[in-house]
Design a protein around this ligand. Structure first.
Ligand SMILES: Nc1ncnc2c1ncn2[C@@H]1O[C@H](COP(=O)(O)OP(=O)(O)OP(=O)(O)O)[C@@H](O)[C@H]1O
Ligand SMILES: CC(C)(CO)[C@@H](O)C(=O)[O-]
Ligand code: BAL
Length: 284
């Protein structure tokens, strides 16, 4: 994105954030929100570009940076999630397109240590509840779409995402919100939640931004060893091969496509179609 550097305003307080958004709207600007967990890369910056492009006229782009404890189970990597706030601010300033960065120290009412945690249905608890009960206890569940795929291995993930995104929507009050299709199930969960709960927000989904060798950019890639990175690459490579073969009308490609569709059906059940680099695999 070629633009003059522009220092975004850093906002930490919920009430200040809400008031700021209302001022921008009173000035005639749309407010566009890009929710992130920080340690930003070019994938995140593509969401900022998409936010600008989605607005028909003047827009104030807000990037939120918050590592949400309620989407992590206590066995997951909340404590080691990468961060570089100064670097993030530099990258956002360099886009020249971000008006504010919302980075609240915490978004939840906390419980008392030692009090039993409330827990999600099925007995799973998140890092938030692990910190004590009698605290935050209101959750948003997208009951069918959250099942399967990532939901199978991360039992509290989509409940935490849907809840924190709703909180961000209530605080920032955006007209537009942008999410990456790299986290495809998450994107679908947010779209369903917005439809079902009548949020007056346009949800924009953006395509995956990849490294030169095809690996999807991801903040956690920084933790991959060379061997793990090579293994991770096999996913995009095999999908690329399947795509080329399908586009060439090759039978082997058709078989690979059928296998992908079958795997997703078995894993998720609720996924209707898969978009992959302009190919749409229907799960009908
Ligand atoms: N490579 C990418 N292309 C497009 N969007 C992306 C990409 N990486 C992240 N996003 C989107 O950016 C938003 C914030 O994601 P997040 O801060 O969790 O980063 P991440 O790279 O997905 O991190 P993680 O390693 O935890 O998966 C999400 O909507 C996500 O889908
Ligand atoms: C949407 C999100 C910011 C909610 O914490 C997170 O899940 C992410 O970065 O993808
Ligand atoms: N973008 C995914 C956020 C997470 O894995 O918690």
């Amino acid at each position: 994105m070629a633009a003059a550097a522009h220092e975004p305003e850093v906002i930490r307080d919920k009430a200040v954030m809400r008031a700021w958004s209302r001022c921008r709207r009173a000035e005639g600007k749309a407010v566009a929100l890009v929710p992130t967990m920080g340690f930003l890369h070019d994938g995140h910056l593509s969401l900022v570009s998409a936010a600008v492009a989605a607005a028909a006229g003047p827009v104030a782009v807000v990037v939120s940076i918050y590592v949400n404890p309620s989407q992590f189970a206590p066995t997951e990597d909340l404590a080691t999630y990468p961060s570089d706030f100064a670097g993030d601010l530099r990258k956002l300033a360099a886009t020249g397109a971000v008006a504010a960065v919302f980075c609240p120290p915490d978004l939840y009412v906390r419980g008392r240590a030692g009090h039993p945690a409330a827990g999600a249905s099925g007995g799973a608890v998140s890092c938030l509840e692990d910190a004590g009960g009698h605290a935050h206890e209101t959750w948003i569940r997208v009951e069918q779409l959250e099942k399967g795929l990532c939901g199978s291995s991360r039992p509290v993930f989509f409940r935490g995402v849907a809840t924190v995104v709703s909180k961000l929507f209530n605080i920032v009050e955006p007209d537009i919100a942008v999410f990456g299709k790299k986290d495809y199930q998450q994107w679908r969960v947010i779209c369903r939640m917005v439809r079902d709960l009548d949020f007056a927000i346009e949800i924009v989904g953006t395509e995956i931004v990849r490294e030169a060798d095809g690996l999807a950019m991801s903040s956690r890639n920084v933790h991959l060893s060379c061997e793990e990175r090579e293994k991770a690459l096999s996913i995009s490579r095999s999908l690329m091969n399947a795509r080329t073969a399908v586009l060439n009308g090759n039978n082997h490609g058709q078989q690979l496509k059928d296998e992908i569709v079958q795997t997703l059906k078995e894993a998720g059940g609720q996924v209707d179609y898969v978009e992959f680099q302009s190919l749409t695999f229907s799960l009908d």
